[in-house]
Design a binder for this molecule. Structure first.
Ligand SMILES: NC(=O)c1ccc[n+]([C@@H]2O[C@H](COP(=O)([O-])OP(=O)(O)OC[C@H]3O[C@@H](n4cnc5c(N)ncnc54)[C@H](O)[C@@H]3O)[C@@H](O)[C@H]2O)c1
Length: 359
């Protein structure tokens, strides 16, 4: 199966849950660039319902059947984290390109299996880190690349939800299926975006701790996901970490699904500090700060445009397939994120700093 630079990419989606439905919305708006041909889900009635809602002609009875469909060029993997690696690897082996939901995998060794299969097959793998693609994130990236911050030496990022445990007792709160709690769920977004904005320096050491103070007591539950009160909770609900980077900068990460943190915004934040200026992104707003003649001067940063971030993810993925280029949120960047997450969990257990070797 080959695609040319003008051909429509034929998509199949594995996972018809909350995020799978968003991918369906996005792909069905891409006109000639994409054709949404097939869907499957472990719960087939949901796949059938989504197929009817989104005009998808084929419902496959299993991920294996969808992956084997010769009429598909690319697959969106939108299932619980535990299944990201096996399904992505099977899709690559069947000659498909893969747009994979975050986090790339439940741990770095599974992420590395994807990296190796991607390199062996030469197919496109992109992690759906849509926060890189917002108009605001692109404006901040442009300001950093124009040198407006000087040398960046400290980043403080996080996402402190006060009452947002998703789907208590479902796959979200089971280590075996999710790999962890808010650290791997929303922390991966903040880590990925921060490293991307500051030019992807390599992490060299990590010190962190995780806590589970709400989840085990069925407190702090939010609205995302469907709870299963007969299920279980064995992941963290708060994580804090300091990551040293190979250019001398440090990055601190604080995330929670639930916490007693009154004056922390519930929104994602990144404060990037450089020698000549800094940028604070909080939710959908960003501010530039600098010192002029020993006075603090600030100005808002405007988004580059209002184009939908998830639409840009899909377009970037399609473009990478046509041109054979590596997408910005590549398999290697997903692997780097997974290594940092693993190191935070390891540091929390051992109580020690974890050094990361990249040889
Ligand atoms: N990019 C983002 O901002 C974002 C937001 C939410 C979720 N996600 C990611 O998307 C993935 C799915 O999350 P969700 O919120 O849609 O979960 P969800 O529970 O709403 O949906 C998951 C679906 O996968 C199906 N499923 C489970 N195992 C399967 C398997 N082996 N094969 C086929 N189908 C299977 C389930 O039946 C369910 O319908 C997760 O990896 C999550 O981290 C990303």
């Amino acid at each position: 199966m080959t695609t040319t630079s003008t051909s429509r990419i034929r998509f199949g989606i594995i996972g018809a849950g909350a995020i799978g439905a968003i991918h369906m919305d996005v792909l069905s708006k891409l006109g000639e660039a994409a054709e949404l041909r097939a869907v499957t889900d472990a719960y087939l009635p949901l796949a059938e319902q989504r197929a009817a809602e989104h005009n998808i002609p084929i419902v496959h009875p299993s991920p294996e059947a969808l992956i084997a469909d010769p009429e598909l060029d690319a697959i969106v993997v939108a299932v619980p984290n535990q299944f990201h690696a096996p399904l992505t690897i099977a899709a690559l082996q069947a000659g498909k390109h893969v747009l994979l939901e975050k986090p790339m995998a439940i741990n770095a060794s599974k992420a590395m299996e994807i990296v190796q299969e991607q390199q062996r097959t030469g197919k496109t793998v992109m992690i759906a880190q849509q926060m890189r693609f917002t108009g605001l994130a692109r404006a901040v990236k442009a300001a950093i690349e124009a040198g407006e911050l000087g040398r960046i030496y400290n980043v403080k990022t996080g996402w402190m939800r006060k009452k947002g445990i998703p789907g208590w007792g479902s796959w979200f709160t089971r280590k075996e299926l999710a790999g962890g709690g808010p650290l791997i769920d929303i922390g991966v977004h903040m880590l990925d975006l921060s490293l991307h904005l500051i030019g992807s320096p390599k992490p060299v050491s990590v010190f962190g701790t995780t806590y589970a103070e709400f989840g085990p007591h069925k407190r702090g539950t939010g609205t995302w996901g469907t709870p299963n009160w007969e299920g279980s909770y064995d992941v963290e609900d708060l994580a804090t970490a300091l990551i040293k980077l190979d250019d001398g900068a440090t990055l601190s990460l604080d995330v929670s699904w639930a916490a007693h943190a009154a004056n922390y915004t519930d929104q994602p934040f990144i404060h990037i500090m450089g020698t000549e200026g800094g940028v604070s992104i909080v939710g959908n707003e960003a501010t530039y700060i600098t010192h002029v003649e020993n006075e603090v001067v600030t100005k808002p940063i405007e988004p580059l445009d209002e184009v939908n971030d998830r639409e840009l993810v899909a377009k970037h993925f399609i473009d990478a397939i046509h041109t054979g280029t590596t997408p910005v949120s590549s398999a290697m960047s997903g692997y780097t994120n997974n290594r940092i997450l693993d190191a935070i969990y390891e540091s929390s257990v051992s109580g020690n700093e974890v050094k990361l070797n990249w040889d």
